[in-house]
Structures are given as structure tokens and as C-alpha cells.
Design a protein around this ligand. Structure first.
Ligand code: APR
Ligand code: PHB
Length: 389
């Protein structure tokens, strides 16, 4: 089999890239390790930057997003029993859209299927061959048969645990990582959200976040030790702890109910460089991971996808390789800014096990400065709604 661009990974990065390339007449084949249902069963965050919304529009996949997504003009920040609001739209002219990232993936699958574009599920033993030559290929096993996909380029959209990053020689690849000493215990409940907007709370007991998927589906998180387990938490224990970490108003207003999903996610910052090796390009979680505090995971994958889609379009349509040559540096410039913001917001909002009282006072002072300074709120808002591509 042969195609122009082999896309490894049928998550949001791979599917969005495939749709954008299709719109520009570039052929792709997506190779996905799991089944479609498995991919769509993953619980993901729900905040979209306008840049991602525009890309979904360019991909022709934004109809449901606009119909069902919620425009959020700001968010609440709580500490010391008080709560203040950062008004994104007033400060930057830009809101965010709350729409499950699983729904983004669902919409992209529907578009790929509607266009009749090839996707191979349940592939195993994927190997990228000749990425540093002019004739790369991807070999893989499906249904017990070994297959070969010859291509012009390989897009590694296979996430943190994929094969693409590991294909880049160790003497070329540079990896940077920061592990946070806590995780997020998250639940999904079929209850109305506690507020119209999100609430990020730094309490003396630890971080909490109140989010949502729609008017009858809420998503809540509390910071927990890395040694914790969802089995240690009954629903009632979760609700009681969440209330303790919220100001009186939301704590009182909280509507509780049975959890339909409960899990703990670790937090890490990770960047691998370069994001290109020969004809192999890394996109999204294959190249970088952020702590979820700033909701930057998919939103940073989106800018990778735009840069790569436009670079490959320019190659095929105009014979112009400037985008390909500049891809890694351009993507990493925006990625590192998202890493910085995600680290800043995580450091500001969480309790650290080794934190001294001095550290705690610094957090309180920075939160009070954020509460009272328009300049500080504008800086946060510009990062939260998404820096320019
Ligand atoms: N071969 C084929 N597919 C693979 C392989 C492999 N060797 N390894 C992983 N995959 C698939 C996974 O099954 C997954 O469906 O690649 C896909 C990678 O998807 P994600 O991990 O979701 O990464 P990405 O598409 O970059 O998504 C970026 O989206 O929802 C957000 O927060 C999420 O930060 C994440 C972002
Ligand atoms: C979510 O809705 O899951 C969510 C929202 C905002 C975040 C992280 C997660 O910063």
C-alpha cells in the first residue's frame, strides 16, 4: 500500500491532521492501535481555545461544536475562602469553548468516515522505516498479517506511549521532564454544574477544580497524593472533600450524585526535541505533555497540527519546503510557552508536600496579586485563551 502521509495514531492530533490534509488534497492513511470505541471511551478535558475551534472549522468539523459547545467568557479562582473572576473576554477579547475533547475526536472520526478516508484499527508492532531517507515506510501487523505502507512522510501522532518519538535516535533526541508530587482524582457525575463557569480552587487541603461537559454532566477534581487510589474514595468521601476545598457559596450550591467515572491521573511536564527527524514529524502528546491545570494538552497539539498541515500542503501544492524545515522550531516555541503557563498555574494552585510556610505565603501573595491586578489577570487570560499560533 502507498500514501502521501502515513499518520500513526487515531487520536485528536492524527484525525485533525488527516482532515486538514484531506481538505488540501493530500492523501493520508491513519494507523490506530486500538478500536474506535476504545479511543472514544477515554475521558479527556473539555476546554477549547479559539485556535482549535478555527482549525475544526477549517477541517469542516465544527458544526456540533458550535451547536453544543458552551462559550465561557471567564473563570473563577478561589483561595482563602474567597473567589474572584478572571474575565477572558473583557481582558483579551477572546472566550474559550467548553466542549468535551472526546466529542472533538468523535466529530473527527465522523468526518473521516464520511469522506471514506482510510483508517486501520488494532494495528500492532508498528515500525517506522527509513524516516531519515527519501522513501520512508511504516510496517505493522493487523489481523495476523504483516503489512507495509510506503509513504512520502510519517506523522507521529501516537501519543506519549507511542512508537514515533522512540524512532528518533537517542543521540539526537533531547527530553525534558518535570514530575509533580501529586495527582488529580477526577469524577464524572450526571449532575448540574456547580457554576456557569469553571472554579479553580487553592485551599489549605489542596487543589480542587469544578468543571463540566454540559448542563447535566459535571466533571470535578481534587488533588491527591501519588500513592492514592480511586478505591480509597467513596462518592460521599469525594463530595465531602470537594466541599471542604471550595468557598462557602459553591460548597453550599454543589449538587452531588453517583459518579459514572472515577480515576486518578498523574501530572507531568514533558517536552522532547526535535519534533522532526528526516521525514518523521511528531505532533501532540507524542512530543509533549502538560499538567492538566491549564487545559493545554489538545490546545497545544492543535498548533502542532496546524503548522504541520500547512507545511505539508505547501510542499505538495507549491513545492515550498520552508514550513517543513521550520516545523520543529516553530512548534516548540509555542509548546514551551504552554509548558510555562501550565507549570505556573499548577505551582500557584496546588499544595506541595515539601512546601514551607514561606512558600505558602508566596502563593497567597501571588493569588492576592492576581485577584487585584488587571495586568496579572490579563497575563493569565492571554495564556488561558491561547497564545497566537
Ligand atoms: N501505533 C498506532 N497507534 C498508536 C500507537 C502505535 N504504536 N501508540 C499509540 N497509538 C494511538 C493511541 O491509541 C491513541 O489513540 O495514538 C493515539 C494518540 O492519541 P492521544 O494520546 O490522545 O494523543 P493526541 O492525539 O496527541 O492528543 C493530544 O488530546 O484530548 C487531548 O489531553 C489529550 O493531550 C491530549 C491531546
Ligand atoms: C475538564 O473539564 O476536564 C478540565 C477543565 C479545565 C482544566 C482541566 C480539566 O484545566
Amino acid at each position: 500500500m502507498r500514501t502521501q502521509v502515513a499518520i500513526i495514531g487515531g487520536g485528536p492530533s492524527g484525525l485533525l491532521l488527516g482532515q486538514l490534509l484531506h481538505r488540501h488534497g493530500v492523501e493520508t492513511v491513519v494507523l490506530e492501535r486500538k478500536t474506535k470505541d476504545y479511543v472514544l471511551g477515554r475521558i479527556r478535558a473539555g476546554v477549547l481555545e479559539q485556535g482549535l475551534v478555527r482549525l475544526m472549522e477549517e477541517a469542516g468539523c465544527a458544526e456540533r461544536l458550535h451547536a453544543e459547545g458552551f462559550v465561557h467568557d471567564g473563570t473563577h479562582v478561589a483561595f482563602g475562602g474567597e473567589m474572584f473572576r478572571v474575565d477572558f473576554t473583557a481582558l483579551t477579547g477572546t472566550p474559550v469553548i467548553v466542549y468535551g475533547q472526546t466529542e472533538v475526536t468523535r466529530d473527527l472520526y465522523a468526518a473521516r468516515e464520511e469522506a471514506g478516508l482510510p483508517i486501520v484499527y488494532e494495528v500492532e508492532d508498528v515500525v517506522i522505516e527509513g524516516a531519515d531517507t527519501d522513501a520512508p515506510a511504516v510496517t505493522y501487523t493487523v489481523g495476523g498479517e504483516r503489512q507495509r505502507l510506503d509513504c512520502d512522510f510519517v506523522a507521529g501522532c501516537d501519543g506519549f506511549h507511542g512508537v514515533s518519538r522512540k524512532t528518533i535516535p537517542a543521540d539526537i533526541l533531547r527530553e525534558h521532564e518535570k514530575i509533580y508530587p501529586f495527582g488529580w482524582l477526577g469524577i464524572l457525575s450526571e449532575t448540574p454544574p456547580v457554576d456557569q463557569e469553571l472554579i479553580y480552587s487553592n485551599s489549605d487541603r489542596g487543589f480542587a477544580l469544578c468543571s463540566m461537559r454540559n448542563a447535566t454532566l459535571s466533571r470535578y477534581y481534587v488533588q491527591v497524593p501519588l500513592t492514592d487510589s480511586p478505591d480509597n474514595w467513596s462518592d460521599n468521601a469525594f463530595w465531602d472533600e470537594l466541599r471542604r476545598r471550595l468557598p462557602p457559596g459553591p460548597a453550599e450550591a454543589l449538587v452531588t450524585g453517583p459518579s459514572i467515572e472515577k480515576s486518578i491521573a498523574p501530572l507531568r511536564s514533558f517536552v522532547s526535541e526535535p519534533m522532526r527527524w528526516g521525514r518523521l514529524f511528531l505532533c501532540g502528546d507524542a512530543a509533549h505533555i502538560v499538567p492538566p491545570t491549564g487545559a493545554k494538552g489538545l490546545n497545544t497539539a492543535a498548533s502542532d497540527v496546524q503548522y504541520l498541515a500547512h507545511a505539508l500542503r505547501d510542499h505538495y501544492v507549491d513545492g515550498d519546503d520552508a514550513g517543513i524545515e521550520g516545523y520543529s522550531a516553530k512548534a516548540l516555541a509555542r509548546i514551551w510557552k504552554a509548558e510555562r503557563f501550565s507549570w505556573w498555574f499548577t505551582s500557584l494552585m496546588h499544595q506541595f508536600p515539601d512546601q514551607t510556610e514561606f512558600d505558602r505565603q508566596l502563593q497567597r501573595a501571588e493569588l492576592d496579586f492576581l485577584r487585584t491586578s488587571e495586568a496579572a489577570q490579563k497575563a493569565m487570560a492571554e495564556n488561558y485563551v491561547g497564545l497566537p499560533y
